[in-house]
Design a protein. Structure first.
Length: 286
């Protein structure tokens, strides 16, 4: 007997006589349909695994919980100057791989509440979606965590600043938010100098104006001006408005745990077309 697959043509039934009677399979599937099924399952698995990796990268980069719903798409500029700032940031993201390869970054400068961290979170999300591992850290928090490890060799934060010296993309928030000691400025210089020398891209968020940047240390500011284009984001704080913006408050996180894909396809079984469900291995996402 010969079966005919409407898609792939004739195929011979499978000989199951070598199997014990209790285990024999009574049906015969078109071999080329089976190949097509396996190929489609492989493609679905690869796409699903890529989505899981993007989500894991995004969750691990340290974006503060409040900013996990912030994207470049839901940033609302106020006035022409902020519109221009948004366009510059978008151009940076459009050429993200090239910018990271060149070690180019940004200094987002503006008063409190004008959207600097929002934009920086959007950059990190775009990076994660493209397979790039980024990291967010608030500089005052980094300094405090570093100082808290003094005399504690087994502390998890003992190598924090050393870890920040490398990596394709670092968002360094709240630079210059408070007066700092010579020791603190020295720490910042060592970090910026390491990333400058290694051509690692850094996005800095600061309330300092471009003219005030030297207050973090002249050598530090000098390197930042070369390694990162300055983007001025003027305006007044939008935090009061954001607190009552229902669309922004209810916005979902920029990335969601990927759902296991479900798809059906038709294959020929004993010469008859039947639907089957494609199988994809799930992955635990946190």
């Amino acid at each position: 007997m010969t079966y005919t697959c409407p898609i792939h043509g004739d195929y011979e039934p499978t000989d199951w006589s070598w199997m014990p009677p209790s285990a024999r399979i009574r049906t015969t599937t078109c071999p080329r349909c089976m190949d097509a099924q396996r190929e489609r399952e492989r493609a679905l698995q690869q796409a699903y695994d890529a989505d899981c990796r993007s989500y894991d990268r995004w969750r691990q980069c340290g974006i503060p919980t409040r900013y996990r719903s912030r994207t470049l798409d839901n940033w609302q500029p106020q006035g022409a100057a902020q519109q221009l700032a948004g366009k510059i940031v978008r151009r940076y993201v459009d050429d993200l791989e090239a910018n990271l390869d060149a070690g180019d970054g940004l200094v987002l400068s503006g008063p409190p509440g004008t959207g600097k961290t929002h934009l920086a979170a959007g950059i990190l999300t775009a990076a994660a979606q493209r397979g790039i591992i980024g990291r967010y850290i608030s500089w005052p928090s980094a300094v405090e965590r570093h100082k808290a490890t003094f005399g504690k060799r087994d502390d998890d934060d003992a190598e924090l600043l050393e870890d920040l010296r490398t990596g394709r993309l670092l968002v360094l928030d709240e630079i210059g938010v408070r007066s700092s000691s010579d020791y603190d400025r020295g720490l910042l210089f060592e970090l910026v100098d390491a990333r400058y020398s290694g051509e690692w891209s850094t996005v800095v968020c600061t309330n300092l104006t471009p003219a005030e940047l030297d207050t973090v240390g002249e050598r530090t500011a000098d390197r930042l001006r070369e390694m990162a284009a300055t983007v001025v984001i003027p305006g007044t704080s939008r935090r009061i408005a954001a607190g009552t913006d229902d669309a922004l408050r209810s916005a979902p996180w920029a990335l969601q745990p990927p759902e296991k894909p479900s798809e059906r396809m038709e294959i020929s079984v004993d010469g008859q077309m039947q639907e089957c469900t494609l199988s994809v291995n799930g992955k635990e996402v946190w």
